[in-house]
Design a protein around this ligand. Sequence first.
Ligand SMILES: [Zn+2]
Length: 247
Amino acid sequence: MKIAKGLEMLEIHGSMFGNPGVFHPTLIWDDSEVVLVDTGLPGQLELIREAVEKAGVSFDSISKIIITHQDMDHIGSLSAIVRNSIRDVEVFSHEVEKPYIQGDLTPIKMTPQRIAQQEIMLNKLPEEKRNEITKIFSNLSAKVDITVEDGQLLPFCGGIEVIFTPGHTPGHISLYLKKHKTLITGDALNVIEGKLCGPNPQFTNNMEEAVASLKKLSKYDIETVICYHGGLYSDNANNRIKELFSV
Ligand SMILES: [Zn+2]
């Protein structure tokens, strides 16, 4: 979905733990840079390529990828995109998330229980499919080239401001595009049935911290919110965000 000139919210359909859903990576571009924010599930390279091309941007022109956090639905196709790009793509994340994205540490939500659950699901699949998924999952980690911190202004596409919003994961970031008065929330906020909601307690590492992070968003003039889960929200966003951290 086109949000503005040089700003597109992608729609990537997928299924996580058996639940179908739509993910929303964001594409931001100008004449010099093409920036992708988050990268879908493992195995979604071709869906992302298609969505980027549909937005009128060449997949091979992606120059930078910003990862909001380490969860599998955000980093899933990162390594595949980097490996299959004809150019050197620079990868950005917060320093805290870097070792998880690079595979130096096990992602915090990959608990022994979840790993066991995945194995059960995998064992139910036909051998060929099982082998295909195992191959994809064995090749997920990607190098983070540049770490970013709270308040940093990345000088691409009119300026992308990093907002450190820990809670959902310890190094979660959101991004603010002043030029478009748009907030890219990762999983710090969600849209559920058209309503802007706080972080999902079921998947949030530290709820208290996550709600406290929302307070930081109040200093921005936000007209449009892009949530990775749930998509677009534009109904008096500043007020709604205030309600969420005031409860
Ligand atoms: Zn997510």
